[in-house]
Design a binder for this molecule. Structure first.
Ligand SMILES: Nc1ncnc2c1ncn2[C@@H]1O[C@H](COP(=O)(O)OP(=O)(O)O)[C@@H](O)[C@H]1O
Ligand SMILES: [Mg+2]
Length: 291
């Protein structure tokens, strides 16, 4: 049995047993669209709905989640890979006991790891399936390989867009790169659009319809619409105070929108079991690519 096969067996075994966390990858194509803010506020309402949430911050640039939580992580993914820390040790506790893992530079480093260490990493990360009901992955800006990997491996993707033309064109570029990737399986990844910083429900739907029309025409793809988040001064105020708007200003219109969207997301159509792939399969993709 070669090493790649051994890895596949570990993954298979894990899929047969144990529960699996529901995974959402949050992405946008372009930075500054509101991903990190969305992630922390979704986490708040999911936690309020009784779900244990762990955020995986895969943004390699600015470590936004920790700033928005006003929490400083002691360890990051590199400590798991290189310094023998356990998965539990690298989870930082944010407000309301929301857990988060800082990806640090560990994500890019994964490509250079020896096989044994990779196996160790995937085995450890798979423990997230046991530790969380929901794993939210905050991807960085841009259309790098690792962003595409996360998107392709996730059964559910939340795509944030604003009415800015560059947000729409960058979201389209991301979707184009995705559809051109031979490993992308359209039927296995639901992409749900969230229109952010809008002034009305109509504007939100309009953004979605515009994007979905070009995706249908040129990529033969299909997007769903989750809903909109209004432009809200309270968001900026909360970020300055390093707390989620939903905690600091629960009555703000953006908080109400996040609450409604969380409900839609969790109570909406449940995904079929075979599409629930769990965290281990997600991360094992990073390994298969090399083998
Ligand atoms: N709904 C909103 N209303 C007002 N400002 C927003 C809203 N969403 C995001 N912002 C602003 O956009 C900035 C970027 O958001 P952020 O979540 O950091 O984006 P990303 O993670 O996509 O780079 C925030 O600092 C905030 O000022
Ligand atoms: Mg961010």
């Amino acid at each position: 049995m070669d090493q790649a096969e051994q890895l596949r067996n570990i993954v298979k075994k894990n899929q047969q047993s144990t529960r699996k966390a529901r995974i959402y990858t949050v992405t946008s194509g372009k930075g500054g669209v509101g991903k990190s803010n969305a992630v922390v506020n979704f986490a708040v309402y999911m936690q309020k709905m009784g779900k244990k949430v762990i955020i995986f911050d895969a943004d390699l640039g600015l470590a936004n989640v920790e700033i928005m939580f006003g929490a400083i992580p002691k360890y990051n993914l590199s400590d798991l890979i290189y310094r023998g820390k356990t998965i539990k040790e690298i989870i930082t506790s944010g407000p309301m006991d929301i857990g988060f893992i800082s990806g640090g530079s560990g994500i890019t480093g994964v490509n250079n790891l020896p096989k044994e260490q990779l196996k160790f990493l995937v085995r450890n990360l798979s423990e997230l399936d046991e530790l969380a009901d929901i794993v939210l992955i905050d991807t960085g800006a841009g259309i790098s390989d690792h962003v595409l990997e996360f998107v392709m491996a996730s059964p559910e993707v939340l795509l944030l867009v604003t009415s800015e033309p560059s947000s729409l064109t960058d979201a389209y570029s991301l979707l184009k790169a995705l559809h051109r990737n031979p490993e992308f399986r359209q039927a296995q990844t639901k992409i749900k659009v969230i229109s952010n910083r809008v002034t009305s429900e109509e504007e939100g739907i309009g953004i979605y319809e515009k994007l979905n029309a070009v995706v249908g025409q040129f990529l033969k793809g299909n997007l769903e619409y989750l809903g909109m988040i209004p432009q809200d001064m309270a968001v900026e105020k909360a970020i300055r105070q390093q707390q989620p708007v939903s905690i600091l200003y629960p009555e703000a219109k953006s908080s109400k929108a996040f609450e409604a969207l969380t409900y839609n997301l969790l109570e909406g159509a449940t995904i079929p079991l075979q599409e629930k792939r769990g965290i281990m399969q997600l991360f094992s993709r990073f390994i298969y690519r090399r083998s």
